[in-house]
Design a protein around this ligand. Structure first.
Ligand code: B12
Length: 435
């Protein structure tokens, strides 16, 4: 076999391997239902609620939202550019209570790519410079000896590198070096279980490295990058649960994105991906995937796409128009009332009270009710994953602290306050922890 023959054979083999982690054969009605869950979010066009990840997810999916999508991108551009580029004193900045974070800027750049746009011109250059500056600052925070922690997280660090890379913008070896070091020295921890790998962080780092490898942007680090991709892939495979999720159900979409772009020969991966597909289908059937951000990371996978497709996206690919969800009206029934015990033991005096709410209420409804009853207060901040609990009883979290949500006995919740629906008789603790 000549060189060309060998090359074609290799391409074919790689293609066949990529098929191994193909999750696309999920029931199309379930996929459409997932897409429909994004529609109400697309009507919220204030900066606080705009979510570039939703736009990216939809564009890489098999579904489309027609003109809603165009309006959404327009709003993203308006708000993100104003808040990132407008000078602090200008009128433009009136509506910007908070400046988008490094990760949000990165997702915005991914959204532009999802619409086949490149960053160009003075504005584009400024956005790129800003993201590079964010990364540079985080690199300095981690420090020479790698003992510091990024202000944001290695997740956002990876996202930043990935966004620049898909726009074919290089980052310095020393910036990439910090993420390599973190992978090489097991610094991508899970906040729920100490010393456990965070599958989301590992997958994001792996996707960033895969992009750098494709362009050979950091040739001096080529070997370390290839090794790091192998490391995160193996760790993600090792993090598969008995049911088949990688980490948990919510980290599985990103994990699959990584596995789809870095296949390995052998049966191990095929079996792991088949198990993951079964687990995901089961989770979809029982409605475990409600969060818009998670859906936005899953829809591409169900359409055989990953963030790597943003390098050269197919913006003309046919996509099915999403219809409005048809609600099944159930017979009017008086909903049952349930009792949830709410506890805060991290502060003095401790707080504990039984709260009565309707069955099916969210944890956020429980907190609201507790606040109305008096003796309990809380505050939240809007994020791309939904409302994030920032303060309880006036105690605002400090640097590297958070209010952890737990169900007795000592089980961290896998969902936030808006998505989690406590059952009758459950005890929920809000615990101030550092991470
Ligand atoms: C880093 C991280 C954290 C850090 C955030 C602080 C920091 N400085 O970055 C810490 C350790 C504090 C954290 C806490 C929690 N997290 Co967390 N976190 C992440 C991670 C890995 C990256 C988030 C990120 O940077 N996104 C990118 C930026 C651009 O988006 P952003 O919206 O601006 O980011 C902010 C929010 O994501 C927010 N945040 C972080 N976690 C969560 C969770 C929820 C439910 C909400 C509403 C917001 C939120 O913090 C980010 C920084 O400000 C994601 C993984 C993922 N796939 O998203 C998990 C993830 C979002 N977290 C998750 C969970 C479950 C939690 C907790 C609820 C755990 C618990 N039992 O207490 C708590 C939040 C409790 C609360 N107070 O409301 C789940 C959510 C799953 C779901 N169903 O939606 C994820 C997907 C991980 C997973 N696979 O299980 N988290």
């Amino acid at each position: 076999m000549g060189h060309l023959g060998a090359f074609l054979f290799l391409l074919g083999a790689l293609g066949a391997l990529a098929e191994i982690c193909d999750i696309s054969e999920v029931d199309s009605q379930l996929v459409e239902k997932l897409g429909q869950r994004l529609l109400p979010w697309m009507d919220q066009l204030s900066l606080e609620h705009l979510n570039p990840s939703i736009y990216v997810g939809l564009r890489l999916s098999s579904l489309q939202a027609g003109t809603k999508e165009d309006l959404y991108l327009y709003s993203l551009k308006l708000h993100y550019q104003q808040c990132l580029l407008g000078s602090a004193s200008s009128d433009d900045n009136r509506d910007c209570q908070v400046t988008p974070s490094m990760g949000q800027l990165a997702l915005y750049l991914l959204a532009l790519r999802a619409n086949c746009e490149s960053v160009k011109g003075r504005k584009g250059d400024r956005l790129v410079s800003q993201l590079k500056r964010f990364l540079e600052d985080e690199k300095n925070t981690i420090g020479h000896s790698h003992h510091g922690h990024p202000h944001t997280s290695y997740y956002q660090y990876g996202l930043g590198i990935l966004a620049l890379c898909v726009h074919q913008k290089r980052v310095h070896d020393h910036v990439v070096g910090k993420l390599l070091y973190a992978v090489e020295h097991d610094h991508l921890h899970d906040h729920l279980h100490r010393n456990h790998l965070s599958v989301d962080m590992a997958a994001m780092a792996g996707l960033a490295f895969t992009c750098l490898e494709r362009f050979n942007f950091n040739p001096d680090q080529r070997h370390r990058i290839a090794m790091a991709i192998g490391t995160v892939r193996d760790k993600i495979l090792n993090a598969q649960t008995l049911e088949g999720h990688f980490g948990n159900v919510y980290s599985t979409p990103l994990a699959l994105q990584l596995l789809m772009v870095s296949p390995i020969p052998g049966e191990e991966m095929g079996t792991a991906c088949l198990k993951a597909r079964a687990a995901l289908s089961a989770s979809l059937q029982d409605g475990a995937i409600q969060n818009a951000l998670t859906i936005s990371q899953l829809l591409p996978v169900l359409n055989r796409k990953t963030y790597m497709d943003l390098i050269s996206p197919d913006c003309l690919a046919p996509r099915v128009m999403l219809g409005q969800a048809t609600e099944i009206l159930s017979q009017a029934q008086v909903p049952a009332v349930i009792r949830v015990t709410l506890k805060v033991l991290s502060l003095l005096p401790p707080y504990e009270r039984s709260i009565f709410v309707f069955a099916g209420s969210s944890l956020e409804d429980v907190l609201k009710m507790a606040q109305e009853l008096g003796g309990f207060t809380y505050e939240t901040q809007a994020t791309l994953s939904g409302p994030y609990l920032t303060s309880v009883m006036g105690k605002v979290v400090g640097e590297r602290e958070f209010w952890q949500l737990l169900r007795e006995p000592n089980t961290p919740l896998l969902q936030g306050i808006a998505d989690y629906r406590p059952k009758d008789g459950e005890t929920i603790e809000l615990r101030l922890v550092s991470w």
